[in-house]
Design a protein around this ligand. Structure first.
Ligand SMILES: *[C@@H]1O[C@H](CO)[C@@H](O)[C@H](O)[C@H]1NC(C)=O
Ligand SMILES: *[C@@H]1O[C@H](CO)[C@@H](O)[C@H](O)[C@H]1NC(C)=O
Ligand SMILES: *[C@@H]1O[C@H](CO)[C@@H](O)[C@H](O)[C@H]1NC(C)=O
Ligand SMILES: *[C@@H]1O[C@H](CO)[C@@H](O)[C@H](O)[C@H]1NC(C)=O
Ligand SMILES: *[C@@H]1O[C@H](CO)[C@@H](O)[C@H](O)[C@H]1NC(C)=O
Length: 486
């Protein structure tokens, strides 16, 4: 009897196992829009679909993005920026209005499959000091009340995306995990509330930042393929910081009476530029390891059920603050224009598909004039002017354009300005130090960009509009003339 029981169990396991392997889980990612030249939303939605992303997280209720996501089959987490926390905390009516305008309308009028509202973005980050400590929880409560009032609370869950610095471990091991003492009580209130409303906690985990913050951090431990010296925690052996970090949170939840609270990884990824350890090779290695785990449905030692994991990020954003570091503008799996940075196996042997239908400005660049001298007294000022308006983060030490000589360095800055200004007349002058060229100045890892043409599509429709108006005008004039003639 024992034997046949075992057999049945084995069979069941095999069936379940196969089911798990065969299920195409789909991928999730963050779509940020702090870009001087954002891709058209419908192009981004196609990019998501083409690459198997069926869940997306937005940092705010961007109307263009939300409308494009309507009837796309993609599930949406829509964020509330931190600066809205105070007004939403102090007024239920403000929360009702927010939900009405930014959730209900998109669900009912545009067919957007909104699943989560993310209240705030890492509001308890240590660097924000106490700014959002008082407002986050009341805002969360008010948004939940507004979702209930709108009849949406079943399908749309609330959550708060938090940085992993809300928990820590005094022993240095995941089993020692607990919430930061200064916010322990607040975390308990929020977690109880989330648990009571069947909502998940969202945590952002950044192995890159661990590596970046500590020169002694064991490099291999940041990646997933097990070549690092393992960290032994009781009966568990950790070979990567992602699992160790996630399980530190699980330990903290267990310790405080919420062992089965649902957890989402809201952001995780690796940048490709702006820092010596930020490059395509490292990002490919990290993200491939991550995607493999996701496609295999791999959990962590303390929680076998895999969490939803939102890659950070889909595309680069050249207008993000560089306060965290120059790498901040280079988290995309894709370049800002949806072109491919490095190849990835997205599961089932599918490779990355670039964005389709992107229109560019003319194939021309602004470079330092061959007649200009690098000792020109205006040069330094011109470069710093260009870089105050355009993104020069690739020029830093260890970055993709960090090895350029002084002349090419100036050219890079001039070109970024020229492109950011849409190649406008007069945007390649710089005290006569620059000229426009048709020869691509890109070299090795350093790519001299050409920006997206933001006007192309608009021009097509507005031109049609203009033609229509002038045709109408003409007819009117003709009618008047005819009328007058009679
Ligand atoms: C870039 O960011 C700055 C400051 O956050 C903002 O004022 C500006 O409008 C942004 N530019 C674009 C093109 O989005
Ligand atoms: C909806 O969200 C947008 C973007 O965050 C915000 O500017 C707007 O104020 C929100 N609407 C309401 C009624 O709060
Ligand atoms: C680790 O990953 C890298 C990049 O994906 C791969 O080249 C390497 O062979 C892997 N090493 C092991 C031991 O699996
Ligand atoms: C290149 O330009 C950047 C940004 O202005 C500057 O910090 C760096 O020193 C320059 N490097 C060279 C070699 O001129
Ligand atoms: C640039 O060159 C033109 C033609 O040589 C000259 O007229 C103009 O004054 C120069 N401008 C500057 C800012 O040097």
């Amino acid at each position: 009897m024992g034997n046949s029981c075992m057999l049945w169990l084995l069979l069941l396991c095999m069936i379940c196992g196969q089911g798990l392997v065969k299920e195409v889980k789909g991928l999730a990612c963050n779509w940020g829009t702090q870009s001087t030249h954002p891709l058209q939303p419908n192009i981004v939605v196609q990019l998501l679909k083409d690459n198997g992303f069926n869940k997306v997280k937005l940092f705010e209720a961007d109307p263009g993005a939300l409308k494009a996501l309507g009837n796309s089959g993609i599930q949406v987490m829509v964020g509330i920026p931190n600066d809205l926390l105070a007004p939403l905390a102090s007024s239920v009516q403000a929360a009702i209005n927010w939900v009405q305008q930014n959730v209900s309308d998109y669900v009912s009028k545009h067919g957007v499959d909104i699943r989560y509202v993310a209240v705030g973005n890492e509001p308890f980050l240590k660097t924000y000091k106490d700014t959002f400590l008082q407002t986050t929880f009341p805002a969360l409560q008010n948004i939940q009340a507004a979702l209930i009032k709108a009849g949406l609370a079943k399908q749309v869950k609330v959550t708060v995306p938090l940085n992993a610095d809300v928990y820590q471990t005094d022993s240095g091991l995941p089993s020692g995990g607990n919430f930061r003492p200064d916010i322990h009580d607040l975390m308990m209130s929020i977690i109880k509330f989330l648990s009571d409303s069947y909502s998940p906690l969202t945590i952002n985990i950044y192995p890159f930042l661990s590596l970046n913050a500590d020169p002694n951090f064991p490099k291999e431990y940041a990646y997933f393929n097990g070549s690092a010296a393992p960290v032994v925690d009781g009966s568990i052996t950790y070979t990567n910081v992602f699992e160790a970090n996630f399980d530190t949170l699980i330990s903290a939840l267990e310790k405080n009476g919420f062992p089965s609270l649902s957890v989402i990884v809201g952001e995780v990824g690796w940048p490709t530029d702006g820092d010596p350890s930020a490059n395509a090779e490292n990002a490919q290695r990290f993200n491939q390891g991550l995607i493999n785990r996701i496609s295999q449905g791999q959990g962590t030692p303390k929680r076998k059920t895999p969490p939803d994991v939102y890659l950070f990020s889909l595309i680069d954003e050249d207008n993000k603050s560089t306060q965290p570091g120059n790498f901040e503008r280079h988290w995309g799996v894709f370049n800002y224009d949806g072109s491919i940075k490095y190849q990835l196996d997205m599961g089932n042997g599918k490779s990355l598909v670039p964005a389709k239908g992107v229109r560019y400005l003319a194939r021309q660049w602004c470079v330092m004039s061959p007649d200009a001298s690098i000792t020109d007294p205006n040069l330094a000022n011109s470069i710093s002017y260009a870089c105050s308006y355009a993104d020069c983060t690739s020029l830093g030490y260890g970055s993709s354009c960090g090895i350029l000589d002084a002349r090419n360095n100036a050219s890079y800055a001039f070109n970024m300005y020229y492109q950011t200004m849409d190649q406008r007349k007069g945007s390649c002058s710089f005290n006569n130090l620059s000229v426009v060229t048709k020869l691509d100045p890109s070299q090795d890892t350093c790519r001299f960009e050409i920006m997206i043409d933001l006007r192309k599509h608009e021009t097509a429709s507005s031109l049609a509009g203009k033609i229509q108006t002038s045709t109408m005008g003409l007819i009117l004039v003709l009618l008047l003339i005819i009328h007058g003639a009679f």
